[in-house]
Design a protein around this ligand. Structure first.
Ligand SMILES: [Zn+2]
Length: 187
C-alpha cells in the first residue's frame, strides 16, 4: 500500500528544565506550525549548536519532552565533527553530547542520527498487522528509486500512518523537503 513520506530536517527536543535554562524561567515556546504526529509542533524558537568544527541552527520541536535530544543527519554530524550514532529516538544513553546555545543560557544535549521510522496508530497497526518496534520496508519509485530497509514501526497515541526519513535519506531518493510517497512492503 502507498504511504506518506515526511522529511525531518535537523531539530531539537527539549525538557522543561532545559527550556528554562536556554530561554528563561517558565518560557513558553511559541507555535509556528503543527506537525503531523500527535501534538507535535515546530516552534518559532531556534537554538544554535556549536562544536570545534562548526555551528548549526536548530528549530525546537515541541511540546516539551521528558529528555532533550538533538536529531541530525549524517552529513550534519560530519560537518560538525560529531560521531554519527544511529539510534531510535529516545535512545540517548551512549550518544555524544553537544553544546546548545539559547538566548538566555547554555546546555549540553545528546545528538543522534534518528533511525527512519513509521508512525502508526494502534487501530491502523491492528488492521495492517504491523507490530511496534518491528522493521518494515518502503519502496520509492522514480529516477533515484530505492528501497528503505529497517523502517521501524512506532505505534502510538495520536500517530497517523506516515514514514519519517531525514534529509540525507530524502536526497538519496530524490524526495523534496515537502515529502512524497512510497510503497509499504508488509512481509
Ligand atoms: Zn517521526
Amino acid at each position: 500500500m502507498k504511504i506518506k513520506l515526511e522529511v525531518s530536517a535537523h531539530h531539537i527536543h527539549l525538557t522543561r528544565q532545559d527550556i528554562d535554562i536556554l530561554f528563561g524561567e517558565n518560557y513558553e515556546l511559541r507555535k509556528r506550525n503543527k506537525l503531523s504526529q500527535a501534538d507535535d509542533f515546530a516552534s518559532q524558537e531556534t537554538v544554535s549548536i556549536k562544536t570545534d568544527k562548526g555551528e548549526l541552527k536548530l528549530r525546537i520541536i515541541g511540546p516539551e519532552r521528558s529528555y532533550s535530544q538533538i536529531e541530525l543527519s549524517v552529513t550534519d554530524a560530519i560537518n560538525l565533527g560529531i560521531e554519527p550514532v544511529l539510534k531510535l529516538s529516545g535512545d540517548i544513553a551512549s550518544a555524544p553530547t553537544v553544546n546548545v546555545f539559547g538566548s538566555n543560557g547554555t546546555i549540553q544535549a545528546p545528538a543522534i542520527i534518528a533511525k527512519r521510522h513509521l508512525h502508526i496508530s494502534k487501530e491502523q497497526a491492528t488492521d495492517l498487522g504491523i507490530e511496534d518496534g518491528k522493521a518494515y520496508k518502503i519502496k520509492i519509485e522514480g529516477e533515484r528509486g530505492l528501497t528503505f530497509d529497517n523502517v521501524i514501526a512506532r505505534v502510538g497515541e495520536g500517530f497517523n500512518l506516515a514514514c519519517h526519513i531525514d534529509t540525507d535519506e530524502a536526497n538519496a531518493a530524490d524526495i523534496n523537503k515537502n515529502g512524497g510517497e512510497g510503497e509499504l512492503i508488509l512481509l
